[in-house]
Design a protein. Structure first.
Length: 339
């Protein structure tokens, strides 16, 4: 009797994580939802860890000062501190030993992440030599372009009377005139002397705007217009390393002025952008005034020539009339004598 009344005991439910999992398994929807949430959390955690490893998040360090050190020393230091050295450019500065670092980017002291690339400019052991192209017989513009492509420039333009204005008659390198068979090399950046033709009545040019240009661009503009580059003045703080960033803020002959071919133009350069912008605006204003004056002078010249032409025509007509009257008088006299 007691055995019949005894109820079967239920299995005690597991507690803790195992019990929770078992209960979730009894509801497939809840179980799958929990699994999805766990998988997403795992993905986020792993992604964050990978991001930290790849970008080295939070591992900032100061860039060492590599200037003045030889490239081998720089690479050794960079390897220890987790930087990669990239040679970006090279210059030839005789005052420094060949193979040393002249400049770097980022600059020393900059806070960057480990693994960052540092671009350096090193000093060449010697200046690169380039072949001098033969440019005689070409226009000044063509000659200038050929020399610039070769990495050279114009030392001086010497104008000589000739019917071919602004055509190169001869080129002089190191005191000797080149021929089409000459094989001459110069250090990159050197200049050659060009003898250029000019007609006596066609020897003027318009001065271009050099303000706002780099030194090389300013030189190129002046040469193209048949002008020589004179003294070059650099503001304090400009050196061989940052010279490429300096711009012209003053020129000795105003932009848009009329000058004789071969005239020398001096240049002043600065790293101050505000000074360049101010000078550029003033130069543009003066150029407009010069243009108006030139147009006015040309109009006055045309008016004067027209007046002279009219006066000459009137004199000629008067002379013809007088000549015709004299002929009529002579004819009448001859007729009277005849009768």
């Amino acid at each position: 009797m007691e055995q019949r009344n005894r109820r079967p005991r239920r299995k005690p439910q597991s507690s803790g994580l195992k019990g929770t999992i078992e209960r979730l398994k009894q509801s497939p929807v809840a179980y799958n939802a929990v699994l999805i949430v766990i998988v997403l959390i795992a993905i986020l955690v792993v992604s964050n860890l990978l991001m930290v490893v790849i970008t080295r998040h939070g591992t900032h360090r100061a860039v060492p000062d590599f200037s003045g050190l030889k490239l081998a020393q720089v690479e050794a230091i960079a390897d220890k501190q987790g930087f990669e050295i990239i040679i970006n450019d090279s210059l030839f500065v005789p005052a420094y030993e060949g193979g040393i670092v002249l400049d770097q980017l980022p600059k020393s002291g900059a806070e960057v992440k480990a693994g960052r690339k540092v671009y350096v400019t090193i000093n060449s052991f010697r200046q690169k030599m380039v072949k001098v192209p033969y440019v005689a017989g070409r226009s000044l513009r063509q000659a200038k372009n050929m020399l610039e492509v070769a990495g050279l420039g114009i030392e001086k333009l010497v104008y000589e009377e000739d019917i071919a204005t602004n055509y190169v008659l001869a080129q002089i390198v190191e005191g000797k005139e080149m021929t089409d068979r000459s094989d001459v090399e110069l250090e990159m950046g050197s200049g050659v002397v060009l003898k250029v033709g000019v007609e006596e009545d066609n020897n003027s040019t318009i001065v271009p705007k050099a303000i706002g240009q780099s030194l090389q661009s300013a030189k190129s503009r002046l040469w193209e217009q048949g002008l020589n580059v004179g003294n070059i003045h650099f503001d304090e703080g400009i050196n061989l390393l940052n010279q490429k960033d300096a711009r012209v803020y003053r020129q000795s002959i105003s932009h848009n002025a009329t000058a004789t071919l071969g005239t020398v133009v001096d240049l002043w350069l600065t790293l101050d952008d505000a000074a360049v912008d101010k000078s550029s605006a003033a130069s543009d204003k003066q150029a407009r005034e010069l243009e108006e004056e030139r147009l006015k002078a040309e109009q006055e010249l045309r008016d004067s020539l027209e007046q002279a032409e009219v006066a000459e025509r009137n004199v000629l007509m008067q002379a013809l009339q007088e000549s015709s009257q004299r002929n009529e008088t002579i004819t009448e006299t001859d007729e009277d004598e005849f009768f």
